[in-house]
Design a protein around this ligand. Structure first.
Ligand code: SAH
Ligand code: SF4
Length: 380
């Protein structure tokens, strides 16, 4: 295992902690105007019913419109050919359906697909589709950039740009379904760019859109919110009646070690985060990126066992994607196996996540960083 070399334990001084955006933000920076696609299915049905009533349209018309938002989505109302042409024109005028522009899509040799989407104000966000047998997991972004500056993360290094609206988050799924309904994800994880629980109002609505039968109809147990431990957001998520899954980005087994990797530890200390996680009825997951000499010793594994057993958590071990942090080294594959075996031998369920799509920079924030680097090189 890494970490035997005393020098590699030396951690560079932490960058100054950036201001954290509030969990209930006022959307000031270039947030798009809310549209039908920013509403929950119930609220969208209400808006459409009121509009139809003004026009004295028969009730069956509203029943025709709602499925075109998420269930059998259309790119614009013009495509809803079951509707009379004048009605389609009126809908396009009164309820334009926004889109995400596909900037690039990269296909990895292992079938992983990485999308870079351009938003109305030019911001770029990423989603990654990871097929595995009958399962298609889509990893989605919740913010453009991230304020939290974890030292191993490409998105963290980019800084915070802005929160995404509900349409921009759920739209990452909608665009896939529009291109090919067979690509509809079976599972969704909030593990793309950004910290979802610092954008709670939009995440709250998005979870409803993903889960409701009139939305995408994805079961709550197939939707995972990943967080570094934003406690007010965890409390809000735990208060929802559905059993969405929670993943905590742990990355170190003690508060002192975590501080070196994740500045947020100062605001929300590990013990408080674990207490808040106790409110979740479903089994939680610890995400743990293995970094040579930082968090991968036998002692680290043993401390992690203590936390996982206490919380009844399973552990996802992730090989460090080297693109996220030039100064850090991934733990060697054999040492990762030993680390996982040590957890398992002590009764903790541990999975080593394959680093999918390594050839297409498929880790948090890297495609955007790479695309911007190329653009700068071209404009020089
Ligand atoms: N902000 C949330 C969700 C997005 S990050 C969170 O941190 O949980 C999603 C996952 O990507 C996190 O578990 C994070 O540890 C992981 N990640 C970030 N940079 C990585 C890298 N360089 N290599 C491997 N995983 C990385
Ligand atoms: Fe933000 Fe998550 Fe990256 Fe940390 S790992 S900087 S919280 S996106």
């Amino acid at each position: 295992m890494g970490g035997s070399d005393g020098k590699s334990r030396l951690v560079p001084p932490l960058p100054p902690f950036p201001p954290i955006p509030p969990i209930f933000p006022r959307m000031t920076r270039a947030a798009p105007a809310p549209t039908l696609l920013d509403l929950t299915p119930d609220a969208a049905a209400e808006a459409l019913s009121a509009w139809a009533a003004e026009r004295k349209l028969p009730a069956y018309r509203v029943r025709q419109l709602l499925p075109r938002l998420w269930q059998r989505p259309v790119g614009s109302w013009q495509e809803a050919t079951e509707l009379p042409a004048p009605l389609r024109a009126e809908l396009d005028r009164d309820f334009p359906l926004p889109r995400l522009a596909q900037e690039t899509v990269q296909l990895s040799a292992d079938g992983t697909r990485k999308y870079l989407w351009k938003l109305h104000d030019g911001e770029l966000i990423e989603s990654v589709l990871i097929p595995s047998g009958a399962r298609r997991t889509l990893c989605i972004s919740s913010q453009a950039g991230c304020a939290l500056g974890c030292v191993f993360c490409a998105t963290g290094r980019m800084g915070f740009r802005r929160n995404l609206g509900a349409f921009e988050i759920a739209g990452q799924i909608r665009e896939l379904v529009l291109a090919d309904p067979a690509d509809k994800p079976t599972n969704v994880v909030f593990m793309g760019m950004g910290e979802p629980l610092l954008n709670w109002p939009a995440i709250d609505t998005t979870l409803t859109i993903l889960n409701r039968p009139e939305g995408f109809g994805i079961g709550a147990r197939h939707i995972t919110v990943s967080t570094v431990g934003i406690i007010p957001g965890m409390d809000a998520l735990a208060a929802r009646p559905e059993q969405f899954r929670l993943a905590i980005s742990l990355h170190a087994p003690s508060s002192a070690r975590r501080r070196d990797l994740m500045p947020i530890e100062k605001k929300y200390p590990l013990e408080d985060v674990l207490r808040a996680a106790g409110a979740f009825r479903k089994r939680i997951t610890f995400e743990y990126v293995l970094i040579a000499g930082k968090n991968d010793t036998e002692a680290d594994a043993d401390e992690l066992v203590g936390l996982a057993r206490r919380m009844g958590a399973m552990v996802n071990l992730l090989p460090l994607h080297p693109g996220g942090a030039p100064g850090l080294t991934p733990t060697a594959p054999l040492a990762i196996r030993d680390f996982a075996d040590r957890l398992r031998a002590r009764g903790v369920e541990a999975v080593v996540r394959r680093s999918r799509g390594l050839d297409i920079s498929a880790a948090c924030g890297q495609l955007r960083v790479e695309t911007e680097r190329k653009k700068r090189a071209v404009s020089r």
